[in-house]
Design a protein around this ligand. Structure first.
Ligand code: NIG
Ligand code: FE
Length: 411
């Protein structure tokens, strides 16, 4: 049986598709069948589109009264599943301790690992659910969720299961990334290679359980070396999994060039990225995911090389990096504002960064992040006149309706 056809009309569409600014359609309409956009265009062309669809059945129609519609927003880098919080470390940093001093003293990621290991699956789910709902309330329809606060086979699997469950139960689109190479757990202190042996050995099991869409690592002085990162990437490659990297966040380890050599989907953070890394990313089509929340919250002063990335044609995405240590924020719209004020992106670049480029950072370029025929019918309706306002207001949520796979989500 063919699925019912739904028409969404009288919308101003920022399709983010094609070369025109915002992919703008002033008086647009969308035809949705099942969970897929069948046709997107000017209302004037609707009769022809309906004829092509041979839609003899009754078409369910929604008139949007001229409201602004964007693709569902995509938060392509989060660490949403964890126990506890680190407000105490926030105070310590305000008193002068640095992020890496706290990490080297056994705090930082390790303290969240302890709290996460102590929490069972239902507890982790109950903690993560309102975080995902807060993102979705602003129009986020796809979120990437990394593990990396378990650092043993059982807890890593538990966190990824919670991420999959969020996808099913909220619902929201979820992509799961294994970040076992996030930090060294205390039981492997001083033995990073032995820990990586273990992490590379459990990866196939997690993958076989359907828990892994990509593999990430943290390559930095306080985390893993380039050679260790390579080991994790080789394990991913052996399973046919794409890779991503927390690269050049605190120091330049030349991780971006390494990741680009593996055809990485994205390199993320990048404050210390150099020209060689930019060239390598451009050549491999790797997305630069910028994380203004972490830059802001860690009070960094070294800016990511936005102008050089732009000049090299590297696609730029923006994400929340939600995590308890370096970016405890839950507003992707605030990240758009910060991407403009702190990193000097244009509002249009910022919106591309949470739609079309974010989709690419997750390997979803063909189906997500644009309003175009063949893409999933994920979109958000916003109470603003122009899409540039999505990057302009902060502390205000103008999102009025969220549609996920053709179904309207009740908040
Ligand atoms: O993306 N850079 C490493 N990982 C996280 C921070 C994790 C933490 O501090 O808990 C990030 O910023
Ligand atoms: Fe991160």
């Amino acid at each position: 049986m063919t699925k019912a056809l739904t028409l969404w009309r009288d919308a101003r569409l920022a399709t983010m598709d094609g070369a025109a600014a915002w992919g703008w359609i002033e008086r647009g309409a969308m035809l949705v069948r099942g969970d897929t956009l069948q046709w997107v265009g000017d209302e004037a062309d609707l009769p022809a589109a309906l004829a092509t669809e041979k839609a003899h059945e009754a078409v369910h129609e929604h008139s949007l009264g001229g409201a602004l519609v964007t693709p569902g927003l995509i938060d392509c880098h989060t660490h949403l599943v964890y126990g506890g919080h680190r407000a105490g470390e926030f105070e310590q940093r305000l008193e002068g301790a640095s992020y890496d001093q706290i990490a080297r003293a056994g705090g930082g990621i390790r303290s969240t690992v302890a709290a996460t290991r102590a929490a069972d699956e239902d507890t982790l789910f109950a903690l993560a659910r309102p975080r995902a709902l807060a993102l979705r309330a602003e129009g986020v329809t796809t979120v990437e969720i990394k593990s990396g606060y378990g650092l043993d086979a059982d807890t890593e699997a538990r966190c990824l299961r919670v991420a999959r469950r969020l996808g099913r139960e909220l619902p929201i689109g979820v992509r799961c990334t294994s970040l076992a190479a996030h930090a060294l757990p205390p039981e492997f202190s001083g033995q990073p290679d032995a820990y990586l042996d273990a992490a590379c050995a459990w990866l196939p099991r997690l993958h076989a359980e359907g828990l892994v869409d990509a593999v990430d690592a943290f390559c930095d002085e306080i985390a893993f070396t380039p050679a260790q990162t390579r080991r994790m990437f080789d394990a991913a490659r052996a399973l046919g999994l794409p890779v991503k990297l927390h690269a050049e966040q605190l120091t330049n380890q030349h991780g971006a060039a390494l990741a680009a050599g593996y055809g990485a989907l994205s390199c993320d953070h990048l404050e210390h990225l150099d020209d060689e890394g930019i060239r390598a990313m451009a050549a491999s089509g790797t997305v630069a995911v910028l994380l203004p929340g972490a830059y802001y919250f860690l009070r960094e002063t070294k800016l990511p090389p936005v102008a050089a990335l732009r000049a090299a044609g590297v696609p730029i995405a923006i994400a929340s990096d939600h995590n308890p240590g370096s970016s405890p924020g839950l507003s992707l719209l605030l990240m758009l504002n910060m991407a403009c004020t702190l990193f000097r992106l244009t509002p249009e670049e910022a919106l591309r960064g949470v739609t079309v480029h974010a989709a690419r950072a997750l390997g979803l370029a063909a189906t997500h992040g644009r309003l175009a025929a063949g893409c999933r019918a994920d979109f958000a309706v916003h109470d603003v006149d122009h899409p540039r306002e999505l990057a302009y207001w902060f502390g205000r949520n103008p999102c009025r309706r969220v549609v996920l796979g053709g179904q309207e989500i009740t908040p």
